[in-house]
Each structure stands twice: as C-alpha cells, then as structure tokens.
Design a protein around this ligand. Structure first.
Ligand code: SF4
Length: 198
C-alpha cells in the first residue's frame, strides 16, 4: 500500500507543470499520516525551496507561534502547500515570490488530492486565497468566509483563514497585532472543533 513517503519520493520527479524547472526541489507536506488537521498554504518560499521543507521561513515562524497560542500541537497536524514548487522572479541576488496561476494550482492539485486521500483529516484549513482556490476548485472571498466551519468541497470539511505571510506585510504595529489576533482566533475555531488540546 502506498505511503506518504512513497508520495514524497514520487513528487521529487514531478514535471506536471513548468515550475519544477527553476525551483531547487519539490517541497512536499510534513506531518503524521493520521493528522486530524491538514493545513494548506500557497507554495514554498525562498527558505523552504532551499531547505526542502514547508513553513520553515519567516511565515512559518509566525505560523508556529499562532498554532501554539491556539492550542494546536504542531506534531498533531500535517502542513503542506497547494503548489509544491517555488515560483519566483529573479531580481539581482534575490528571488521574488510570484503567485502561482490557476493552471499551476490545478496541476498541483494532483498531489494535494493524494495527500488528503491518504490522511483523511477531520478538518482541512486553507491558509490564504491560493489554498482556498485549490481546495474549493474556485475562488473564495477570504474576508467573507474566514474563521467559520464550512465544506470547502463535498466531503471536505474545513475552514478558511489568511496566509501567515500576510501578517508580515502589515506595516502598522497596531494593525499587525490585530491581524495576528484575528489569525489566532481563526485557528482556535479549528482547535475547538476538534478539541485537540491536551
Ligand atoms: S508545482 Fe506541483 S505540479 Fe508543478 S511541477 Fe511542481 S510538484 Fe509538479
């Protein structure tokens, strides 16, 4: 029977869309195969692309902090991305994040579907618009849907919230604090739904 490790190995050679050409490596999801919650982000960032692991950059650090505050043990959840290769535009020494397009999201859904089919989480949380688009198969307005339990698709109970990287881009400190608190509150809805604490 296929395991998550088999999927990881298979995905290393994926050429289903052009994003594999410029990126360093496939960045697959991480977490236990019996995770109660699967969190889905957008795509690996610069640090994730180099290290080959999801959510290890600045957004990952704020996500870890928010998970802890919401009472969600990170080792009980599976964390992945809608798109498994880093999409960027070179600017001198830097690589600037570029949002994946609908075609790339749809091509990479192949892997996300297989992760979800294997893990069968009780709840799937979309972090941001790209993840919501991937899971729902259509664009969802984050502002209108965030923070409440809903069916992302038939047989896919979940919740939508912002991507933690959006918190890093809020310039005003007070607004940043409020945005972070709203994010933790959304995560707490997921925690309450599953009573994961303890
Ligand atoms: S982004 Fe996804 S579909 Fe495209 S090459 Fe990478 S793993 Fe394959």
């Amino acid at each position: 029977m296929e395991s998550l490790q088999d999927l990881v190995a298979e995905a290393r050679g994926c050429t289903r869309c052009p994003l594999h050409k410029a990126a360093t490596q496939t960045v697959f999801g991480e977490g236990p195969a019996d995770a109660a919650i699967v969190f889905v982000g957008e795509q690996p960032g610069d640090q994730e692309d180099r290290q080959g692991r999801p959510f290890v950059g600045p957004a990952g650090r704020i996500f870890d902090q928010a998970l802890a505050e919401a009472g969600i043990p990170r080792d009980r959840v599976y964390i992945t991305n809608a798109v498994k290769h880093f999409k960027f535009a070179p600017r001198g020494k830097h690589r600037l994040h570029k949002r994946p397009n609908a075609g790339e999201i749809d091509r990479c859904r192949w892997w996300l579907d297989r992760e979800l089919a294997m893990i069968r989480p009780r709840l799937t949380v979309a972090l941001g618009a790209t993840a919501a688009r991937s899971l729902a198969g259509r664009p969802l307005a984050i502002g209108k849907t965030r923070g409440r339990l809903l069916d992302l698709a038939p047989d896919l109970p979940g919740l939508v919230t912002v991507h933690p990287s959006s918190l890093l881009r809020v310039p005003d400190p007070d607004a940043k604090r409020l945005a972070y608190a709203a994010f933790v509150k959304d995560l707490a809805v997921a925690a309450d739904a599953l009573t994961l604490e303890g």
